[in-house]
Design a protein around this ligand. Structure first.
Ligand code: AMP
Length: 413
């Protein structure tokens, strides 16, 4: 019978292999450490959510709908794989009465997100995000705080050379009048614009400002700026955020074309890029205020701010450190499984240990231990096992000494 074709991973998703996990772990651990230092607590929400929750939060964006992994389960419920964490975190905040506790609720989450997007480097259909949310406060200090968390975390990982782009997109009071002005500016230019932008003039004019199409670029520069049209409240918030960032010595650049397409986003928006990156495709993090989301989900109006950062992109930029998790390899010479496993158990009180149980030559076992990056090798033969001694080899110094089993933990520590 012919062998069936081996089955490979689903398109656009990837395995994170043991060689890369130490890097990922470092990123995840320092995310938790930095967030917790700012008083944020971890929350874990389900990967599946009612499709309606996600769709209500993103209903006026067709790109959003096209990217959604959506299915009907056996109980005829419409389910979505979460494309981002915020909608679920806000749901959980209300469902578990965090809104009745001290405000704001400071929450963070690390986990996989799903978007049916065109896969390419740095863009996957399953990807991981650090999500940081401060829910229940309208104060500008929280906007600056979440930016500081993102900056501190990326710096800790050696990615301190950043470009933080900042804008304000106003709120339900000032944005409608500004959008009318934006439409009035773009309408006479319509025939020069890309098809997508032509459609957006009436449907989602704010998104004209972040069009990537070449032919739209010349018109963006002269478009009216929302920061010139903010109401008094938004304007005060906007200057307060910048003052706070200045006081924290966080550098940023103003980008009047940085927007969000959905109505529930208000005021502050920001994106963080590696300093050298030219395109908008390389963002390491994006966030802002979403004072209208709770209401869009059917809960009482509640102001909130947060950001999400892509761990796939962050780990891709981190310098690979010493990644060998195994410090010691025990190499039995001959059929010595019982002795070797006891020896390993003793060594494990001091270090990470793997045993090479394969029946092959000592030479080839040594080669493989060195390939794994082991710092130490512990070799034992039958005669040595009977005396409870072993040869401890320092792989960097290439020195070898006889050591009693019981002394190994001190030698390896
Ligand atoms: P967003 O939720 O779209 O604002 O994205 C926030 C961050 O998540 C981005 O800055 C990226 O770092 C990351 N990200 C978004 N989409 C993807 C994707 N498809 N693959 C990998 N990372 C992503």
């Amino acid at each position: 019978m012919p062998r069936p074709e081996p089955i490979k991973a689903v398109r656009g998703v990837r395995d994170i292999m043991p060689a890369d996990r130490p890097l990922w772990r470092r990123a995840e651990r320092s995310a938790a450490a930095v967030a917790e230092r700012f008083g944020y607590e971890e929350i874990v929400t389900p990967i599946i959510e009612p499709a309606e929750l996600i769709e209500r939060a993103g209903e006026d964006s067709d790109a959003f709908a096209k990217e959604l992994y959506r299915f009907v389960d056996r109980g005829d419920r419409a389910i979505a794989l979460r494309p981002e964490a915020t909608a679920g975190v806000v749901r959980a905040y209300f469902e578990h009465n965090l809104n009745q506790g001290p405000q704001p609720s400071r929450l963070y989450l690390i986990g996989p997100m799903f978007r049916y997007d065109r896969p390419q480097k740095g863009r996957y259909r399953q990807f991981f995000q650090l999500d940081v949310e401060a829910i229940g406060s309208a104060g500008p200090a929280l906007d600056a705080e979440v930016i500081e968390i993102a900056r501190d975390w990326l710096s800790t990982l050696g990615l301190g050379d950043l470009r933080i782009e900042l804008n304000s997109i106003g709120d339900h009071r000032c944005r409608p009048a500004y959008l009318e002005e934006l439409k009035a500016y773009y309408r006479p230019l319509a025939e020069n614009l890309s098809a997508e932008s032509q459609r957006r003039i009436e449907q989602n004019p704010l998104r004209l400002l972040d069009s990537k199409a070449e032919q739209d670029q010349p018109f963006k520069a002269r478009a009216p700026r929302i920061t010139d049209h903010l109401c008094d409240e938004c304007s005060a918030h906007w200057s307060a955020v910048r003052r706070l960032l200045d006081a924290a010595a966080i550098e940023y650049v103003l980008n009047p074309h940085l927007v969000r397409g959905l109505d529930y986003y208000t005021r502050t928006v920001f994106e963080i890029f590696p300093a050298g990156a030219a395109g908008q495709q390389d963002a390491l993090a994006g966030g802002g205020r979403y004072d209208g989301l709770a209401e869009a989900e059917g809960w009482p109006p509640t102001p909130a701010v947060g950001f999400a950062s892509g761990l796939d992109r962050v780990t891709d930029l981190m310098a690979a450190g010493d990644s060998s998790p195994v410090a010691v390899v025990v190499l039995p010479e001959g059929e010595l499984d019982v002795a070797a496993s006891e020896l390993a158990r003793i060594c494990r009180t001091a270090a990470a240990v793997a045993v090479d149980y394969e029946t092959r030559s000592l030479e080839s076992k040594m080669r493989s231990a060195s390939k794994r990056g082991a710092r130490w090798v512990v070799i034992v033969n039958e005669e040595e096992a009977s005396r409870r001694v072993a040869r401890l080899r320092d792989m960097t110094q290439r020195e070898q000494t006889e050591v009693r089993w019981e002394e190994l933990p001190t030698r390896l520590a």
